[in-house]
Design a protein around this ligand. Structure first.
Ligand SMILES: [Zn+2]
Length: 132
């Protein structure tokens, strides 16, 4: 699965194929780092939820399992940390990472989780409710 650039969307917005319970659905997301996009949270049948944001690995459509309701800035920070790892995210497939890469990802997620406690949202609207 790949994302598709469509000319009628603002420049940083792309259509992202997201895996959900029913297969894959396409939603509008915002590219926040190479191969990572923020999209609205989806229900199991692919409907957009009124609140919440997901970080999606664009090449696979898989959600990065961040707990709670991180805001867009927090997800962008996580995406940038993940994108900097020595991992070929363009070719990455879930379940194929060896222990070394898994550990890098786990450490990145852990350090991001710790940093989240100190995050102060710039605006109330930024707290995960914003979607499009
Ligand atoms: Zn925030």
């Amino acid at each position: 699965m790949t994302s598709t650039d469509t000319p009628d969307l603002p420049q940083d917005q792309i259509l992202v194929w997201v895996s959900c319970g029913e297969g894959t659905v396409s939603v509008t997301g915002r590219l926040v780092a190479r191969h990572f996009a923020v999209t609205p949270k989806l229900t199991a049948d692919g409907t957009i939820r009124p609140f919440g944001l997901n970080l999606i690995h664009v090449p696979t459509g898989l959600r990065i399992p961040a707990l709670g309701f991180p805001c867009r800035d927090q997800l962008r920070e996580l995406a940038e940390k993940l994108a900097m790892l020595p991992i070929d995210w363009a070719a990455a497939e879930p379940g194929t990472f060896g222990p070394n890469k898994r550990q890098l990802i786990d450490q990145t997620m852990d350090s991001w989780e710790r940093g989240r406690r100190h995050h102060v949202c710039k605006t109330e609207a930024d707290k995960g409710g914003e979607q499009r």
